[in-house]
Design a protein around this ligand. Structure first.
Ligand code: DSN
Length: 415
């Protein structure tokens, strides 16, 4: 075994023997993973099906066409959208939309980072601020329910006159109100990008409202990564209303990228077949059943945390929940302590956070990965109680470590 085989085996053991609650991670099917490491890796295919710059792309063309067709079948019931499957991941996919629709000096309006926005949605640290400006909308107070503050959203539109508005989040446990926000943004003359990276699987399964709608209630652009609740490989999809597709395609190639990664496109195609039920879904369940279980498990996990006396930032309605850590509990220390017990989480900013970004005030927990390993609602509740008891310091570490190891041993492992 060489050093890389050893490292890989170590990582397999780490994943298998721990409980992964990182809301943006998941375990794709073995077939999906195999395609990532397949001979599609070897081929260059600059261009698009039927118009490539190198020879040898007969099957690459069929592959890309198939993946596009399946992506539209899964997501777009309106027939108004097209798709590009060549983006390498979520942040570059969002950048493609910016470079397609924005002129230098234009403003993008997005949710502020502490409230659950994403780094790629233009924030103070973004290099894109050399060219574009940003403004943020925010959430209601906790007392009002912590949802998107629609009045603030409308006011910010009026104040900043953004060219593009982003509806999409990295750490927002509630449902995204696409239709209402799209309508308000369109009325103000802005274009809308819905970034559904976190909830794509829920949207595909009908467990969450869809931004793919006709007219003013639909987003003009929809981006998503494919490896979170979609349970596919690391990659991304960019959808746009048909009128914008030629410009989006041009921004990807030749605008910003060379050859697409056909191995990623093949693996995305596999996960779409599984979502559509055209290939067997792991564990003989359907994607819809899996997605319903993700939502149910997250609610149970939250119930368990609350039973143990932990406060949530807002009640969960999707695949993730957000803990507000008590005063005096440091999030980095808590993340490290839980990891040492076999429970993998990530610390996160929370609305109005006045702690530092390195040691923010919250802990984000998602159940998509463990649900892929067969976690059920009662197990999720018990896990919530265990984590909550660590946070409130009312249980011995060795007891939690043993419990986490037993649960990890009980859950499926695919690879
Ligand atoms: N890191 C991912 C997330 O957790 O949301 C996306 O960049």
């Amino acid at each position: 075994m060489n050093i890389l085989s050893k490292l890989t085996q170590n990582e397999v053991n780490r994943q298998k023997n721990s409980l992964n609650l990182i809301a943006s991670e998941n375990y794709p099917s073995p077939k999906t993973l195999q395609l990532l490491g397949s001979i599609w890796n070897d081929k260059y295919a600059e261009g698009y099906p039927g118009k490539r710059y190198y020879a040898g792309n007969k099957y690459a063309d069929e592959l890309e066409e198939l993946t596009c067709q399946k992506a539209l079948e899964v997501f777009d019931k309106t027939g108004e959208y097209g798709v590009n499957v060549q983006a390498l991941s979520g942040s570059p996919a969002n950048a493609v939309v910016y470079l397609t629709v924005l002129e230098a000096g234009d403003t993008v309006l997005s949710l502020d980072l502490a409230s659950g926005g994403h780094l790629s949605h233009l924030h103070s640290t973004s290099n894109y601020l050399k060219f574009f400006k940003f403004a943020n909308y925010s959430l209601q107070s906790k007392k009002q329910g912590s949802s998107i503050d629609v009045a603030d959203f409308a006011a910010k539109l009026k104040e900043h006159k953004p060219r593009l508005v982003i509806i999409g989040f990295s750490s927002y446990p509630r449902k995204y109100e696409f239709a209402k926000l799209c309508e308000i943004a369109h009325e103000a003359g802005a274009l809308v990008l819905a970034d559904i990276s976190h909830i794509a699987g829920l949207v595909a399964a009908g467990e969450h409202d869809s931004p793919f709608k006709k007219d003013e209630q639909g987003a003009d652009f929809v981006t998503t990564t494919t490896h979170k609740t979609m349970r596919g490989p690391r990659s991304a999809l960019i959808f746009a209303k048909q009128e914008y597709m030629p410009a989006i395609n041009k921004t990807i190639f030749p605008g910003t990228s060379g050859g697409p990664h056909l191995n990623q496109i093949a693996a995305v195609g596999q996960s779409l077949l599984e979502i559509l039920g055209e290939d067997e879904y792991p564990d003989k369940q359907s994607f819809i059943e899996y997605s319903q279980q993700v939502v149910a498990n997250t609610k149970s996990l939250e119930n368990g945390l609350e039973e143990a006396g932990v406060d949530m930032v807002m009640p969960t309605q999707n695949h993730l929940c957000l803990v507000e850590l008590p005063e005096g509990v440091d999030s980095l220390d808590m993340q490290n302590r839980l990891e040492s017990l076999g429970i993998v989480t990530n610390r996160n900013t929370i609305p109005g956070d006045d702690r530092s970004a390195w040691r923010p005030g919250g802990l984000r927990l998602g159940t998509a990965a463990l649900t892929s390993r067969g976690l059920d609602a009662e197990q999720a509740r018990e896990l919530g109680v265990a984590i909550g008891s660590v946070i409130t310091d009312s249980i011995e570490d060795k007891q939690v470590k043993q419990y986490a190891q037993e649960l990890a041993n009980m859950l499926h492992w695919y690879y």
